[in-house]
Ligand binder design. Structure first.
Ligand code: 5AD
Ligand code: FES
Length: 348
């Protein structure tokens, strides 16, 4: 048995890998990657069958006070057409989504002062009262613990906040000095303690990323043990200072999806829109590598193009119903089915 297979077996057995061992897995050859892919698919099926959950993503504001160097809606991007959806707009998105079978809504937005805690709570309350059978996920950035607690007490079930990188050194290369690594990590632990189903994650191939940094991401993920992990390739945006950096690759993203599925068999793992953007069959390949969630857009078509975190994002011209139908065909093509369920994580 070669040492790579031993390492993969060690990961599968739930034993803790060292940073050096993770680096070895991250740098493995195509043969080991294939081995991990088949194993990850098997583990996905053992835990979630052939079900793929769908989440309706509502990108409700692209105003943002943060200035992450990689992101197209960063506050310094003066070329970005800013918009925010109203309470009624958002309720209409949910109504359409509910009719299409969505049972999770994800409210995602920039850190927008207009949407203060009172307004966010009103939204949570409105959605949860009208759709008590649905899960509500927030993805609205870094907040004080008290705010997270208020949203939770209003009925929010889940929170997505990618940690972006688990290395302080790398974090400061991706963000201005004012954005602190410690605060990001504090947010994730607070969310977990409050009782949310939590999602962290990072970009694959972000500027200055090394295999060592990715190994630190995997160590952090193992420690946090979240319910969801969002990873997708970095894709440059023309109006950011990272415009000249190359994009993350399909191969590395798929490899990491498989490693994560093997490490945390019950975690929820989306095949992201960014993955679909770098490869026309990215989402399907993501599912085959171990992913089990898709997050199509429910935002009104008029605003979709303005929520461009990166260039050439797919699906910005499609109606929600078209995306639903398109995804169904795609998911079926890899032997899975889209299910109308809340799709709570089994990683508890
Ligand atoms: N490429 C890929 N992903 C990006 N994100 C932000 N900008 C980009 C980009 N240029 C990701 C970040 C963020 C999530 C909402 O989108 O990881 O947390
Ligand atoms: Fe949006 Fe295919 S998922 S058009």
């Amino acid at each position: 048995m070669c040492s790579m297979t031993e390492l993969i077996n060690k990961l599968k057995s739930g034993k803790a890998l060292s940073k050096a061992e993770f680096v070895e897995l991250i740098n493995c050859d195509d043969k080991a990657r294939g081995e991990m892919r088949s194993l990850a698919e098997k583990i996905r099926i053992e835990n979630y069958g052939h079900d793929v959950y769908m989440r309706g993503l509502i990108e409700f504001t692209n105003y943002c006070k943060q200035d992450c160097y990689y992101c197209g809606i960063r506050k310094s991007n003066l070329n970005c057409d800013r918009y925010r959806l109203s309470f009624d707009d958002i309720m209409l998105c949910c109504e359409e989504g509910y009719g299409l079978g969505f049972r999770t809504f994800v409210l995602q937005g920039g850190e927008d002062a207009y949407y203060n805690d009172d307004r966010i709570c009103r939204l949570i309350d409105g959605i949860k009262k009208k759709y008590p059978d649905c899960a509500l996920t927030l993805s609205i950035g870094e907040k004080p613990r008290e705010s997270y607690k208020r949203y939770f007490d209003c009925g929010a079930d889940r929170y997505l906040l990618r940690h972006e990188t688990a290395s302080r050194e790398h974090y400061q290369k991706l963000h201005p000095e004012s954005q602190k690594f410690e605060n990001r990590i504090r947010c994730l632990w607070d969310l977990k303690e409050i009782g949310y189903q939590v999602g962290c994650g990072f970009m694959v191939g972000s500027p200055y990323q090394t295999s060592e940094y990715i190994a630190e991401d995997l160590l952090f993920i193992r420690e946090l043990n979240p319910q969801m992990i969002g990873i997708g390739p970095f894709i440059h945006h023309k109006d950011t200072i990272f415009r000249d950096f190359s994009d993350g690759t399909l191969e590395m993203t798929l490899k990491l999806l498989s490693i994560i599925r093997i490490m945390l068999p019950k975690v929820l793992l989306p095949a992201t829109t960014a993955l679909a953007t770098i490869d026309p069959r990215g989402r399907e390949k993501g599912i085959l590598a171990g992913a089990n969630v898709v997050m199509p857009n429910l935002s009104p078509v008029q605003v979709r193009k303005a929520y461009q975190l990166y260039d050439n994002k797919v699906c910005t011209g499609d109606e929600s119903a078209q995306c639903r139908a398109c995804l169904e065909t795609r998911i079926n093509s890899v032997g899975c089915r889209l299910v109308e369920a809340r799709g709570d994580s089994k990683n508890i």
